[in-house]
Structures are given as C-alpha cells and as structure tokens.
Design a protein around this ligand. Sequence first.
Ligand code: PMP
Length: 444
Amino acid sequence: MLAYKWDNSKMYNTRLKKYLPGGVHYNFRLPWEETPIHFVRGKDSRLWDMDGNEYLDFYAKFGAMIVGHNNQRYNEELKKWIGRAMAVNHTDLDTEVCELIIKHIPSAEMVRFGLSGTEMVQNALRLARAYTGKNRFIRFEGNYHGNADNIMGGRAIDRKRPVPKDYPGDYKGTLGRAKDILETQSFILPWNDLETLEEVVTTYADEICAIITEPISINGGGIMPQAGYLEKMRALCDEHNIVLIFDEIITGFRVGLGGGQALLNIKPDLTTLGKAMGGGGLPVSALVGKAEIMKLYESKKVIHAGTFNGYPLGLAAVKATLEILGEDNGSCYGRMAENAAQIYEIFKSAAKAVDLPLVIQGPLTCASYHCQEYEAKSPREISYDTQFKDIVINSSLAKYGILVSSISRMYLNITLNADDIEFFRERVSPALAEARQIIDDTFK
Ligand code: PMP
C-alpha cells in the first residue's frame, strides 16, 4: 500500500500557522518536526483525517482515550449533564464520583479535583511540604510530572548531593525555564536504583518532604520497578517522615482499576490521577490520599484553588468512565491485554522480517517499543540512538495509518477488536520496511 499523503492537512495547517505558533497546540518535543494531522472524526479505535485517511489510534491523546472515540454510553452520560448546572461549585454528583474513585484506588481516602496532571502534582508537593515542614523533594530521571519549571529537566553533577542542574541542551535546549527553583527544590536520582535512593534519603532526610515517582516508569520507556524497589521506598518514607507520592496520571485506571498501586501492592500517601480517569473526552484530574494529609485542606492552611475544580461535566466524565471500566469487575482490562499481546506479537515478527531489533516492554495496555536488542531496566538504558530510531518507526507507522504516542508508547482502548488487529497486521510491515530504510541511511 502507498504511504499516506496529507495534502489537505498540510494546506490547512499553513493557514493555521499564521495564528497558532508552529501550527500546533503543544511543542514539547520540538525541534523534531511532527506532521500535524487534522482529524475530522473518530469512532472506537479509529480516526479519520481531512484527507480521508483512516488510522488505528494508539496515540489515544497521550493515553487519555481509554473508552474509545465516540463511545456511545460515555456520550449519553455527558449529554444527561449538559443543560443542568454546568458551571457551579457543587452539584449532586460530587459524592458519588468521590466514592467511585475511593472504591477503586487502594490508598484513596479523600479526593480533590483539578483539570491537569501538572497542577495536581504541584498540589501534592504543596501538601507534602505543609505536612512535613520540609522543602525538597526527590524525583527521578526519565519520569515526567508535568510542565512546571520546578520539575522538568536538569541532571545531577554531584552524585553526593544530587541537585538537578540545567545544562546546555537540557530539554532539547529549550529556553526560559526558571533556574533557581530547579536547583533549590529537588534532588534527581536514577530510577530503579535502590542503593542511591537509600543513600540520599538517609543523608538528607531532614530536607526531604516527598518522594515522587511513577510507580511504573511509563515516561522512562515502559519500565517496571525492580523487585523490592517501591517497597523500600515506602519503608524509607515511613522511617523519615517523607510523603510518598505516586504519580499515576498515566497508570491510574489504565493498568487496571486500582492503578499501579493495586498492581504492585504498594500504598503511597498521595496519588495523582488524570488522563484515563476522564475517559479521554474531557480534561479532569484528581489528587487522592490519606485523610490525615488531605485534611490539611480543611484547616485552610494549605491552598488548593482552581476555577473549574470539580466542574460537573468533568465529574460526569469520570462517573461514565469508571462505570464503563468497572463493569463485570473490570473485565475490559483482560480483553485489552489479550488484544495487546496479539498486536505486539505481530509487531515483533514484522520487525524481525525486516531485520530491525524491537523489544516491547511495560504494562500491556500502555507498553513502549524500543528499537534495540535488550529490555531496558532503567531509563538510562535507552540511548539517544534508540530514541531516534523509535521516532523514525513512530513516523513511519503514522504514514501507514497507525498512530502511536510519543516517543514510542502504545495506548490501547477497550473497544479494540479483531478488525483492528487485522488493520495493524496489514499496515505494520510496509511501515517497518520504510523505517528500516531510513534507519539504514542514517546510521550507515
Ligand atoms: N504526570 C505524568 C506521569 C504524566 O505522564 C503527565 C503527562 N504526560 C503529567 C503528569 C502531566 O499531565 P498534564 O499534561 O495533564 O498536565
């Protein structure tokens, strides 16, 4: 089959570029160029663009879209709430939605809502500072916790006191990030490295208010925690009056109804949720956790603000999503995983046929592929060359109608079916043949 052309999308985007910088809503990953595809319609796992091209959507709006595009049941639930009280502080939906979240997330005793993951992470850190009276938090290489300056980028120069420092080329050489808060607010450590964690926590316990981590490093490349790592992290937090924050913006309601914490059987003190919790259609996030910490809001000594917090349509989206995902005891996760396993087998054999190395790792419903021979055990084990090759594969797949998220993540949804698997099978081979050519030309 022929690669897609995007004549209409490109023409439309040229017009848009006059008004919208770069013609994109998001330029995190620039400078490499993404072709802006303008979509007009979606149904289940499929999308259609302005040129009439059809896609299988594993991009899924960075993992948010878990109930599939235009899920009828989801849409009906939203419609029920449109036309009632759309923008008020409290409605008769609030309690039910809190109860639904608390039912599923093991560590959730109380809940607060927001719109984005970024803001929930910042609120979790503020609570942790208030609760412990300390200021500095620990974060990890390869993890991502939103686009606030105090938590993006930097690397530790001094391994004994690993404050993150800006360096030339950091975050693809982007400018404008505030420098002082990067260095004064956190320590940055390699992820999945128990020894370093233990050393830094015991040395600087008096300074550390929180450890924030993705329970499974999805942003780091789909990496599971090594045995005992999170358990030890939990124990260190208990021992040193440190708040353990799981950033489950991706894993929450995606790796299972109880998120990464249920899967791995570790209870953090605070958890951030977002993306899949709203099904994919509406932005809504939450901070959940121990009542003892969350009750700091009751004392009004800790601020949590936001114009649209708890907005009715967002909560309706959560209600619809959790009811859909929770049906039949969450059997959709098993089905998603079975489909995923088939798709990844097809993907790997197609790569083998064109002699490209390919590993697929991470939870089945949000795995990452890497164009290398071995599975990465830490984000450090995915080189720039591998990332480059992964991006080449990503763009080649798009040309043949398969969309995957940045850099190489595949977010599945509950509507995936046998037709979708066949669509993938037909498209993946020509896409990988093209990717192989580009990689060969680049690395010859
Ligand atoms: N935390 C994690 C783990 C994420 O993956 C993201 C988004 N990719 C965020 C936080 C930030 O969420 P948002 O983009 O909604 O601000």
